[in-house]
Design a binder for this molecule. Structure first.
Ligand SMILES: NC(=O)C1=CN([C@@H]2O[C@H](COP(=O)(O)OP(=O)(O)OC[C@H]3O[C@@H](n4cnc5c(N)ncnc54)[C@H](O)[C@@H]3O)[C@@H](O)[C@H]2O)C=CC1
Ligand SMILES: O=C([O-])CC(=O)C(=O)O
Length: 337
């Protein structure tokens, strides 16, 4: 059901101006809502005016998180759901499902070390999505993203409901970090600095395309190497700083909410562009992150590879074997009974 909403804004001059905006009733679920990412992400999504029902699911602690978020003075209804028995209720009618369920890294671990635990969690939750909200857009945060997105996709294929326009691996944090680090280095506003980041979401599979930053900037070889390595290792930087208590949660909640809100904007007819890890034919890897246009059908089109210099082309060649291996591992896991 769609309706027209009147929204009020206050201009710098202090004049209240009214504008009409199209808005829909959107139900958004967060799976893993009681976790380090899930809680702040739930808070941020409750502030999105397009969200009229925020459904918070976890295996523990959702009543408390839902009660807490529901007291903020936003219009959206907030409900909490706990455990497999309540997954159907959590998912039915969802337009967007954000998935940060699963264990995070400790120092010394790679994202792939999380596979044994998180692959099964994502497979189970994706099965729920395929059954109860097959048309929803999935935003998958759980690591290793390079494998969990193929797992969810295979589950949807098995259920005969696969729509590659609507299964997204969230790589927005890599973009957020690249914009921040480059903005700080070049003295540009990080919010107005745009670095495409392509590939996947682990180590060298994260490939920032610094040659295409806007506003345009020049990098010496040493500066380019240092920035590329920092963007690729930024997750590890946080894991080490947190010293065994987890990985990035607040920056990830920010990035995840930005991505999910942009998916909602797209569904609502406001086309926009984000980098995301999606089923892809732009390289020899079956899943790959590039800038994509988000719109009413989910991914409207894939904008493909940005222009690259020789350094970045070498980075692309180097990342493909690792990325393809992670994809194969996810596909095989999903198809094993
Ligand atoms: N894509 C990205 O850029 C990033 C991904 N991550 C990943 O996000 C995941 C979550 O990280 P945190 O929130 O820090 O972990 P956390 O341990 O704080 O929270 C995870 C939550 O998932 C819940 N959970 C476990 N099994 C579940 C199931 N079957 N159904 C529903 N919920 C379940 C747990 O109860 C917990 O509340 C990790 O895999 C982490 O590696 C983290 C940062 C960035
Ligand atoms: O590094 C981790 O394990 C969590 C993550 O994906 C990130 O912060 O980019």
């Amino acid at each position: 059901m769609s309706f027209t909403r009147l929204s009020a804004t206050t201009t710098k001059a202090g004049v209240r101006a009214f504008s009409t905006a199209r808005a829909q009733n959107y139900k958004v679920a967060i799976l893993g809502a009681a976790g380090g990412i899930g809680q702040p992400c739930s808070l941020l999504m409750s502030q999105d005016p397009r969200v009229t029902h925020l459904s918070l699911f976890d295996v523990v602690n959702t009543p408390g998180v839902a009660a807490d978020v529901s007291h903020n003075n936003f219009a959206c209804k907030v409900t909490g759901h706990t455990g497999d028995a309540e997954l159907e209720e959590a998912l039915t009618g969802c337009d967007v499902v954000v998935i940060p369920a699963g264990v995070p890294r400790k120092p010394g671990m790679t994202r792939d070390d999380l596979f044994n635990t998180n692959a099964g969690i994502v497979k189970n939750l994706a099965t729920g999505c395929a059954k109860y909200c097959p048309d929803a857009a999935l935003c998958i945060i759980s690591n290793p993203v390079n494998s969990t997105v193929p797992i969810a996709s295979e589950v949807f294929k098995k259920h005969g409901v696969y729509n590659p326009r609507k299964i997204f691996g969230v790589t927005t944090l890599d973009v957020v970090r690249a914009n921040k680090f480059v903005g700080d280095a070049k003295g540009t506003d990080p919010q107005k600095t745009h670095v495409p980041v392509i590939g996947g979401h682990a180590g060298i599979t994260i490939l920032p395309i610094l040659s295409q930053v806007t506003p345009k900037a020049e990098f010496g070889d040493a500066e380019r190497d240092a920035l590329t390595t920092r963007i690729q290792n930024a997750g590890t930087e946080v894991v080490e700083a947190k010293a065994g208590t987890g990985s990035a949660t607040l920056s990830m909640a920010f990035a995840g909410a930005r991505f999910a809100s942009n998916v909602l904007k797209g569904l609502d007819g406001e086309y926009n562009v984000e980098c995301s890890y999606v089923q892809s034919d732009v390289t020899s890897a079956e899943y790959f992150s590039t800038p994509v246009v988000l719109g009413p059908r989910g991914m409207e089109c894939n904008l493909g590879l940005p222009e690259m210099n020789d350094y970045e082309k070498k980075g692309l060649e180097a990342l493909l074997p690792e990325l393809k291996e992670s994809i194969k591992k996810g596909v095989e896991f999903a198809n094993k009974e």
